[in-house]
Design a protein around this ligand. Sequence first.
Ligand code: HEM
Length: 525
Amino acid sequence: MAITTVDFKSLSLSSVGSVATTLVSHYLVTVFICFVIGYIVYQRCFAPLAGVPGPFWASLGKGWLIVRAKRGDLHRELIRLHELHGPLVRVAPKELSVADLDGIKMIYGAGSQFNKSDWYSVLKGHRTFDPFAEQDPHVHAAQKKLVIRPYAMETLKDLEPYVDSTIYHFVTRMREKMSSQIDLGHWFQMFAFDVIGEITFSKRFGFMDTEHDDGSLKSVESTLASASWLGHVPWVFWTHDYLKPYIGNWLGVTNRTGSLMQRALKEVEERKVRGTDRNDILEKFFRLQREKPDQVTDVAVISMAAANITAGSDTTAISLRSIIYHLLQNPQHLATLRQEIDQAQREHRLSDPVTMEEAEKLPFLQATILEGLRVHPAIGGLLPRRVPPGGCVIAGRYIPAGHVVGASAWVVNRNTTVFGHDASEFNPHRWLKGNKAEMQRYFLTFGGASRMCFGRNIAFMEMTKMVPTFLRWFDVRLADPSRPLVEKNFFFVLQEGLIVNIKPRDGSTEEQQANEGAEKEADGF
Ligand code: HEM
């Protein structure tokens, strides 16, 4: 048997060095492999959330969430995973998606102790006044108390004329588009931005006039697209923030504190110089400021005005698209709604545009709007919350303090126990026949508890007026009913492809209707 021996004398210094390097690198690789195996074994077998079902890669890091956020399909994937695995799905090593009804009540119900997680820190950035993204519950409560009044039900009457004038403008522009194919989804987006401009600053953005935007639409989209993945790794955002003076700005999320804030700032400054006799939201903020000048600062007013644009424009456009698209895909429900609207019209129960009060007396319309909001919630992210001290038990599973739990309205709004066996279908009748109070308890489209949407009354007013006014004047058909809308979930679930053919209704000529619309606009609507 041959025995190999090392002749140390014959080894040069450089070959000793290379043997040492090889040994060290082998050692490091071995340590690294042991570490990786140890980490995988820990996460899969011993970590507090070990054993909760979910995608393999999600149990090991944030990569799975980031990939889904970038692909924009998290909402659909969560529906699939909950169907497969039940009430809890592990979406990251310390994060769960929850579909359990008691769990939903615990996280988003009255008196909840679950505060917004670090995901929101990237939206907030350095802003000092930001009720949407604020994580500290005491700061949030104090800020909300200062600015909530302009969003209350009683003030809707003051804002209604601004919505009327924008709806008139929309109808007029649609009449100019008669008999042609249009991207109705894009028009709803331009409408939603214009109406927010009008109720906040008494100034439409002017997108419907020019059929172009000034970059705001892209700005909101890139804010969301960037926040939706960065929120899972806030340290990337803060490192970028630290290095920004040297490397420049690479992250779209900073738009929220950049260009949109600049627009709000410009409007606020102009208004201060110009003054106004209008009773829009800005004027209402100024009134609050006069009452409490130390607390309702300029920063607060500008921040809230900008929040209206980011939180209130796309969300409303998405909801309008959902309502109209689902009606067009379900002609039987469209026919029922048309019947209700036409009958009210014949009985002279409708103004033009339909008033909020009139619309509230149309039950099928109200049911249709709720159903559109249920099947396609504008916000499709997980609404992540931190588990409070002491931990919690959801679906029989203990979840330690500091872990993150969240639910997507896309999953909860499809719960068959609450919404019925056909929960995944669009059926407005469920709101007329089913247990409405129970359905509203778990309706997560506007969020929940103290963090529920401030702007929901305003959004509801816009939709409840717009839908009957639009359907009363126009006959709309999908250009290609076999082509579903494309969805992109960047926290907001945006749709693309609502291409329709549009025609006048009621037999009146296009010219006649266009003239009526123009006259009404000139009358000061
Ligand atoms: C159909 C339209 C809308 C939908 C579906 C919607 C949905 C939501 C949801 C789900 C939340 C909670 C988000 C979370 O927990 O992270 C929220 C919060 C908020 N929304 Fe809306 N929203 C809509 C329209 C509006 C409008 C028109 C405005 C303003 C004019 C607005 C202003 C806000 C604000 C300020 C918050 C933060 C509330 C807080 O944390 O206290 N929203 N919205």
